[in-house]
Design a protein around this ligand. Sequence first.
Ligand code: BGC
Length: 734
Amino acid sequence: MTEKELRALLDSMTIEEKLGELWQPQQLVYDKDGVLTGAADTNTYTPEEIYRSGSTLNLFGIDRIRKVQEEHIKNNPHHIPLLFMGDICRGFSTIFPITLGYSCSFDLELIKKAYRVVAKESAASGFHITFYPAMDLVRDPRWGRVVESAGEDPYLASKICAAMVEGLQGDGLDKPDTIGACVKHFAGYGGAEGGRDYNTVELSERTLRQYYLPGYKGGIDAGASMVMTSYNAIGGVPSNCNKHLVRDILRGEWGWDGVVITDLWATSSMTSHRIGDDINDEKYQAEVSLEAGIDIEMGSCQFRWLADSIKEGKIDEKLVDEACYRVLKLKNDLGLFENPFREMSEENAEKLLKCDEHLDIAKKLSTESCVLLKNEDNALPLTEKSGKIAFIGPFVDLSTTSGGAWVLTNDDESGSLHNVVNKHYPGNDFIFAKGCSGLGREQVRESKRFSQYSDEQNREKDISEAVNIAKKVDTVVLALGECPGMFGEAKSRANIRIPDVQLELYRRVRAVNENVIVLVFNGRPLDLSEINDAKAILDVWYLGTMMSEAVTNLIFGKESPSGKLTMSFPSFVGQIPVYYNKLPTDHRKEPYWSEYIDDSSSNPLYPFGHGLNYTTLKYGKTVFSKERFTPDETITASVEITNTGDRDCCEIVQLYIRDFRATVSRPIKELKGFKRVDIKAGETVTVQFEINEEMLRYFNIDMEYVSDAGRFDAIIATSSAFEEDEMLPFYLDK
Ligand code: BGC
């Protein structure tokens, strides 16, 4: 449709029809064949209301989607097609690693490719929009949704968010193999106090802008078509009625004109924030949401009261027109008026879902996501020197390699480590044993949630059997970690250690065999201090469809690990939040210092940017092309890196900068650039980064985004674990 036709359509709609477009009922209003039943049957909504709605979510099945769309178009007063949205976060059929995992690849091109795959498989299956990327910055690994994040760094998050949006939206929504991206949860959702989901967030305006917003903005600048507001309140203001966030920053300062949707039931959940004259004041909640800039209400249906608000003169109809126009425009951008089914067809799905090309991309991203945290005596990779090997632990036979977090479509049965190791190394004499269950009585609460992972009855028998095996073999590979579903929405943990029963297994095995290699399966950074005397630790997260293939290739050395942590792993829970880009303090010497008195370091066990590979590298000193520069010039920082080992590798080289002369306190180090660089055994490479004035900007004392003249320090390093005095100065002249 032309813009004129779209405007004419809007003008021809009644207020009820316009408000209908702003409502997203859940898929529950349709039955399994796509016929209106469910909530409609319970008289919650009339069929007329549902046929006026503009979209639905998480409705799966090509036949069902086709039927719902056909009926909707037939019965909608203006025959406006529905938008099908859903949480297709890590893939439709080919499931990719958790986001925290693949963020460790620092591989923007590959992440973009992966999200092209997500888009193609989703579009072929009938979806128009995915509620992803979730770019909530996190400094607290107790928060379960850390699994969906790109970790603790705003610069990296903004780049990853952009890559995901570019992958999803491809060459434009008018191309039928794309889907729209919805950046969420706007804003600051990852700052939940105590790491408890949905909890209050307290962020200063500067911290919000400097750290928490850039991730989302990366997606906005890349053209994301939608934004979802978050459940939390910042400084007491729930995002759903936060005009400053949505109208001032998102639409005003960032100049973005896409569609804003609430999170599920968020309008009604304003009741729990006690927003309203009365705790059930639906109309008031709808009014403040619309005024704050919300376009679509997911789940609850409170916007219908806005017809009365307009009559009463409380709301300007213009606001409804603007929101409705944005929804119609999104439908038009997707080409739905001409082709309401776009790329959806059984043939396309058959051709694309889990095709070889997609599986290859998933395998590559899974391989690059793993992080080798330690590797004493080159315990990894496993070779003949490893002698006789036993694979022990509750995850050796795990076939659900997705971990469950936001895999709604296809919880993969793609093959356990046991099966895949046997497939690739037939005729070997490896020993496999369960060792223990995922959880013991200590972690299964009265609610019995997760009790399926506990097997208290066989605890002693399983552990003793494992100890006997460990005594007889030369090397033990222990597969330990968090059970599927222990991370994700509403899955906060106070104690982020490996569950007790597994720690018992570890200690007893370690007592009889010093060659223990641990594979950690996890959805969040864990406190690994109690297993840190293992010879090697490889963090394998939850990687999805190609997990076991990728892990097998890595541990047997067919591939080399290259991932680097994007979030610090704490030494103990009490030091959380622990993150690398902290502000300096002038209290640095004992006794008036900012350390703990009980000998507990304030440093993380494994810092941001850390990750080993199977070779050794030597970094030279960072060199600048000149010492001073002006805003219209650049400085080149370069470093020589030598691969001093006997294996080729891919190294993620990182540039950190520190601002020495600012109007507010600035972090002791900030990531400002990174590159994946292949370095052959024995080879020396020179790696360069261009530094420009824009990279030095920050929110100053007057909240202006500017740079100051003066001294900056920089270093090109292998991780964030360098000493501040290793950085070298350069100067910006103005
Ligand atoms: C989550 C969102 C998700 C929505 C729809 C909510 O509970 O917070 O991230 O997109 O449900 O499934």
